[in-house]
Design a protein around this ligand. Structure first.
Ligand code: SF4
Length: 434
């Protein structure tokens, strides 16, 4: 991130892309999806592969709330409609910052152009989309990583000693139970360096939220009657000491918790973590092929991932995870064989992503130089499309196996996914009957 000049008294708006840009792939505030309103097989597939939907979560724009919590002078706008965005632009902002993902680049450009038409002096690009090639043709500045400390000095003329944590709650479903849950991030960023993951470039430095701040937020959740916490770190447990302090606080306050983490950080610790309130995990499974895991620098083996899953299962911890299709050793047959093995592991939620070389990742740069990138339409960089020349699979092969995976691999306890697939069958039957 480039340095921000001092801008005291500047009027700044931080926003996401409009809700219509992401409506079906995310359950976001104000946009809970009614299954009966789905009319196409494609929409059903998108929703059936949506983690927030399957776990009954409403997913806030957490980064935006961190900004507001720490830089009180800014305004934020979370998943507006286009009309709300345009109306907000009438408030004479000096700066508009737009957070977006690569697939939303064109909507972000439209927003940037609208802002300039309303006399906004500077438009900034944030979130992973700020790494998209050509972004500086449309935006005056790009924000990579977590900017609160620099922005606090630039906009509020104050030193931010330590990061404050926003209070954010959501409904949440674990197996049959729906709870009200609070989001907690104990660390931002990830120290691992998996080739396929944008976080390794966007936020490679890990930044702790202080234990005092974590306790303050947990106390607020307690007062609100929230006793279930979603630890939404990129990789919880990566800093063992800080994780231990966080877990001890959760245990002391008699809270149950769910975390996103890695298999190798769990092995040998699950029963102890369960005693301290662990209820569910989300982790990257990525592949059932050691060559793929090695190529992508995952730093784990299939055996270790299975070992973690077995240990979690023995301890009756709910498991959700991600599987990547289109890794370089994959064929349609090898993926089908992987899927059979995964189905036997009875994961509560399994999300499928197509390997995508996101901008600025080494594999994007290398494949671009070698002419292996076959799709430059950023809308296709959504984790559901093959955008590079694969050694064994065509674009159509990947599309077919992606659909097969989403429609055939799921837990019988995954009520939300089952309902979407039933809706899809209904739509398919009505198409056949004409
Ligand atoms: S451990 Fe997870 S968050 Fe960290 S770089 Fe690897 S995939 Fe990304």
């Amino acid at each position: 991130m480039s340095n921000f000049f001092k801008r005291f008294g500047t009027k700044a708006l931080f926003t996401t892309v409009p809700v219509t840009s992401i409506s079906i792939v995310n359950q976001v505030p104000g946009q809970r999806i009614d299954i009966n309103s789905l009319n196409t097989v494609e929409d059903c597939i998108l929703l059936a592969n949506n983690e927030s939907f399957q776990s009954g979560k409403i997913q806030p724009a957490i980064g935006l709330h961190f900004l507001k919590e720490n830089i009180s002078c800014i305004d934020i706008l979370e998943y507006p409609t286009w009309e709300e965005y345009e109306n907000t632009l009438k408030n004479n902002y000096d700066i508009v910052a737009i957070g977006f993902y690569t697939m939303n680049f064109y909507d972000a450009i439209r927003m940037a152009n609208m802002a300039k038409e309303y006399g906004v002096k500077e438009v900034w690009a944030g979130n992973y989309g700020a790494m998209t090639p050509g972004v500086t043709d449309y935006f005056d500045r790009r924000i990579i990583g977590f900017p609160e400390k620099e922005l606090k000095m630039a906009l509020d003329n104050e030193v931010l000693q330590s990061i404050k944590h926003p209070v954010l709650t959501t409904p949440f479903r674990i197996l049959a139970n729906e709870e009200k849950a609070g989001f907690l991030i104990s660390n931002r960023g990830c120290k691992y360096n998996c080739d396929f993951c944008s976080t390794s470039h966007f936020a490679p430095l890990v930044e702790k939220i202080s234990t005092e701040e974590i306790e303050r937020v947990l106390d607020i959740y307690k007062d609100m009657g929230v006793n279930y916490i979603i630890l939404f770190d990129e990789t919880f447990l990566q800093d063992k000491n800080h994780a231990r302090e966080t877990i001890n606080l959760l245990h002391k306050k008699e809270m149950k918790w769910f975390c996103t983490t890695r298999a190798d950080l769990l092995i040998g610790h699950v029963s102890e973590l369960k005693e301290k309130g662990l209820d569910g995990v989300y982790m990257g499974i990525e592949s059932m092929n050691d060559g793929n895991l090695k190529d992508q620098k995952k730093g784990e083996s299939v055996e270790r991932i299975k070992e973690a899953i077995m240990e979690l299962t023995r301890n009756e911890i709910s498991i959700s995870g991600t599987y990547i299709l289109g890794l370089l050793n994959d064929t349609s047959e090898s993926i089908k064989s992987d899927l059979e093995k995964l189905q036997d592991l009875s994961l509560f939620v399994l999300i499928f992503l197509v390997l995508t070389p996101y901008p600025e990742l080494p594999q994007y740069l290398s494949w671009k130089n070698k002419g292996l990138i076959i799709n430059d339409d950023w809308r296709s960089y959504d984790g559901m499309n093959l955008v590079f020349r694969h050694p064994n699979m065509s674009v159509e092969d990947v599309r077919d196996i992606f659909e097969y995976a989403v429609c055939n691999i799921y837990s019988p306890y995954n009520y939300n996914k089952r309902r979407v697939l039933q809706r899809m069958q209904k739509i398919k039957s009505s198409i056949i009957q004409g």
